[in-house]
Design a protein around this ligand. Structure first.
Ligand SMILES: [Fe+2]
Ligand SMILES: [Fe+2]
Length: 448
């Protein structure tokens, strides 16, 4: 680990770009160009201490980096400071004004809401490291293990990046107020599985399917959040998004390719997991991913502050559409494993026909394929008409005598559609308690 010291930006790492070029992809290249910085020694050392305690396997990854990721620059625990898309605010009530360089320029609720976004982001990064580590050693292949280690290392860098956002700006401390930056960083370093900001990062992993399904569908939420925040009106946050996004690409890509590998293994009966197990794991995580966008009718304030370019509902529906696309490509691989001479386009048509009609086609049954549960299934947050309502995996409200089915019957339905280990554990117990309370009180809105 490099000695902690505040460095000047390392200009060598800024990519050279052709001036005036506007080809597709150039915007990404510009955002991926960055300089590196370190945070103040006190917090640099605190993160390294956190890593030694919670992620000691980083040393193994660093020793083996060249073997597996030789084309990538060696891992460094640094902040990567990218370029702004524009110098001016792109959305909301400050549209056209210069971006805020200082947190102290943001007043009232805006200041705290920026802090809350940074805090939640950092918490997800640290939480996911704890989660991945629980089942890391059960990886079916070395490639899977090393890829998850790289994901964990990059999430650590993302947490470091959020610390940099807080650390590089003395105006997070306002005269007469607590030091918001150090209070937030201290709080983050003390969080652990169970006390993280968002539900999805408090759920323990049980087997390696969780690592893979999580990288596929929860890191995808991360991609959406970072994409939306490229416009962030607080400039240091906006500058952080490009480099983080390019790393998220590896996380999502690894998840997708390993998911396909496991699904094909299930078909060939060479893999460790059945398609049913894979489906049930998807049923845990995609609802949590959908909830990470916040209430479907909310998010306007973040747009008004110029923090994001889309509201929650828009982003969530784009996310679910992309999840369905990912699973469709996995299904194409499943069909090609079952009917080896089928081209990818033909396999896709077959997948759609089977899923649209519910019929067996060329010996492939609907249950031989994977699907994304409807956005209303197994939800505990969000719209009043969705949270704790008994929706099935297809989005139908389950009813009895014209009324939604009782909680006890819905719990039985969920148990059939989720892994046994999951319904036997604390996370499901929390859901169950919430559902029963919701039923007892006639349902209270869950603002989020
Ligand atoms: Fe991340
Ligand atoms: Fe990630």
């Amino acid at each position: 680990m490099r000695a902690p010291s505040r460095l000047f930006p390392n200009v060598n790492q800024i990519q050279m770009l052709r001036p005036g070029s506007t080809r597709p992809g150039d915007e990404e290249a510009i955002l991926a160009a960055y300089s590196t910085e370190q945070i103040a020694p006190r917090y640099h050392e605190a993160i390294v201490a956190w890593q030694k305690k919670n992620f000691p396997e980083l040393d193994f990854l660093e020793k083996n980096w060249g073997t597996y990721f030789g084309k990538q620059a060696p891992y460094q625990l640094v902040a990567k400071v990218g370029k702004l898309q524009t110098e001016t605010i792109q959305y909301g009530r400050f549209l056209g004004k210069p971006k805020f360089e200082k947190a102290g320029e943001m007043t009232g609720n805006m200041f705290y809401s920026a802090r809350d976004i940074i805090r939640a982001q950092a918490s997800t990064e640290l939480g996911s490291i704890e989660q991945h580590r629980l089942t890391l050693e059960t990886a079916p292949t070395d490639e899977m293990k090393l890829s998850v280690l790289r994901i964990m290392a990059e999430e650590l860098r993302h947490a470091y990046q959020m610390f940099w956002v807080l650390d590089q700006d003395s105006s997070w401390k306002k005269p007469g107020h607590p030091d918001i930056a150090s209070d937030t960083m201290d709080e983050l370093l003390a969080m652990h599985l169970g006390t993280h900001v968002l539900d999805a990062f408090n759920i323990p992993f049980y087997n390696f399917l969780d690592n893979i399904v999580f990288a596929t569908f929860i890191d995808l939420v991360g991609k959406y959040q970072l994409e939306m925040q490229k416009v962030f009106s607080y400039a240091p946050m906006a500058r952080s998004m490009g480099p983080m996004l390019s790393e998220e690409g590896f996380h999502i890509g690894s998840g997708r390719s390993f998911l396909r590998e496991l699904a094909v293994g299930a078909v060939n009966q060479t893999g460790r997991f059945s398609l049913e197990q894979i489906q049930k794991t998807i049923n845990i995580w995609v609802p949590r991913g959908a909830e990470m966008f916040g209430n479907e009718r909310g998010g306007e304030t973040a747009v008004a502050f110029g923090f994001k370019d889309r509201n929650n509902g828009t982003a969530q529906s784009e996310y679910l559409a992309e999840c369905r696309e990912v699973v469709e490509l996995t299904n194409v691989a499943i069909v090609q494993a079952m009917l080896p001479d089928t081209s990818a386009p033909d396999a896709r048509v077959l997948v759609r026909t089977i899923q649209d009609t519910g019929d067996v086609q060329r010996g492939i049954r609907p249950e031989d394929l994977l699907f994304i549960p409807h956005g209303n299934f197994f939800r505990k947050r969000g719209l009043e008409e969705v949270a704790y309502q008994p929706f099935d995996v297809h989005g139908n409200l389950l009813t009895e005598n014209g009324k939604p089915i009782p909680a006890a019957i819905y719990l039985d339905y969920l148990k059939k559609n989720l892994p046994d280990y999951f319904v036997g554990d604390a996370e499901f117990a929390k859901y169950q308690a919430g559902l029963l309370e919701h039923e007892a009180t006639g349902g209270r809105p869950h603002a989020w």
